[in-house]
Write a protein that binds this ligand. Structure first.
Ligand SMILES: Cc1ncc(C[n+]2csc(CCOP(=O)(O)OP(=O)(O)O)c2C)c(N)n1
Ligand code: SF4
Length: 295
């Protein structure tokens, strides 16, 4: 992304809308980290778009002073790719939940990795579907018994005997798909998360940041303490450009590494490919003719 000196302070990215997340929701810490990273990267609210799907976390564009697109559940990535393809001058940040990104929207992930558009994807991973009241998600952990909705003082649970499917490892999957920047953060450590996000926004290509962001209302198992006990910083001698080592780190059973796990800076981006195509067909009139049909 185009990176300049910080012209706007973190507070300049706060919109007039106050977040309506529950008290203690991890998404507050993630939002504060994002304000800091946007400022550190020298982003300008007038040339930045924050895109989301649907979910508690997907409300985030409303809390950022920039252009925003509150999209359709699971479809944030294609919307963001389209925005970037049409307006490469804009800085595009995509946000959403683990349900939005890894469940209904999962099919878009590998193809976005193949196209490698210069966009940043921040997932607030609370291991549940928060907005729809606590169903299990692809990152829920066995044997999550969903808390469910309280109606007439009774709890209506969708998985009363516990989730039976295995949970996915989004970091390992992203490395397998060769997403060109893969990192993990934790809402409880917003300064560290801001630093990771700053690196991700500056990265030229598609980046995934999976940020643990606990939901104290519907998932009381994976709470702040759960992650404090199980996360550790990526070891200093880890080489994120070594894909095999990155994969090994991602699948280690003992805890969750926080930091940049994998990156490659030499992967061509969709926009680069488009520029090559334009050059190859320049003068033949075919592209111009096609574009004029949509003018
Ligand atoms: C096509 C479609 N299917 C289902 C829904 C219902 N729905 C809204 S948000 C959501 C899941 C939200 O979970 P997640 O993306 O993890 O975000 P969170 O609320 O936890 O931040 C679902 C299933 C919908 N809005 N649209
Ligand atoms: S339901 Fe969970 S994810 Fe949604 S705002 Fe409340 S704490 Fe956050």
């Amino acid at each position: 992304m185009a990176v300049a000196e910080a012209l706007f302070a973190p507070k300049d990215f706060k919109s007039d809308l106050k977040p309506i997340w529950c008290a203690g929701c991890g998404d507050f810490g993630v939002l504060n980290a994002l304000y800091k990273a946007m400022s550190a990267c020298g982003l300008n609210p007038e040339t930045t778009v924050v895109v989301s799907g649907i979910g508690c976390s997907s409300r985030l564009p409303g809390f950022v002073k920039s252009y925003g697109f509150h999209g359709v559940h699971g479809r944030a990535l294609p919307i963001a790719t389209g925005i970037k393809a049409a307006r490469p001058d804009l800085d595009v940040i995509v946000v959403g939940g683990d349900g939005d990104g890894y469940s209904i929207g999962a099919g878009h992930f590998p193809h976005c990795a193949r196209r490698n558009p210069d966009i940043t994807y921040l997932i607030m991973n609370n291991n549940t579907y928060g907005l729809t009241k606590g169903q299990v998600s692809p990152t829920s952990m066995v044997p999550m018994v969903s808390l469910g909705s309280k109606i007439d003082s009774k709890r209506w649970k969708t998985t009363p005997y516990g989730m039976m499917e295995d949970s996915i490892n989004p970091i390992a999957q992203a490395i397998a798909w060769d997403v060109s920047f893969v990192a993990r953060g934790f809402s409880y450590k917003p300064n560290q998360l801001a630093d990771i996000l700053t690196q991700a926004i500056k990265h030229k290509g598609f980046s995934l940041i999976d940020a643990f962001s606990p939901c104290p209302t519907f998932n009381q198992d994976q709470n702040d303490d759960f992650y404090k006990d199980r996360t550790y910083d990526v070891p200093e001698d880890h080489d994120p450009t070594n894909r095999v080592k990155a994969f090994e780190l991602a699948i280690k059973p003992e805890g969750y590494p926080i930091g940049v796990i994998y990156r490659r800076d030499d992967k061509p981006s969709l926009l680069h490919e488009q520029a090559v195509l334009r050059e190859r067909f320049a003068g033949q009139g075919s592209l111009e003719k096609l574009f004029s049909k949509f003018a």
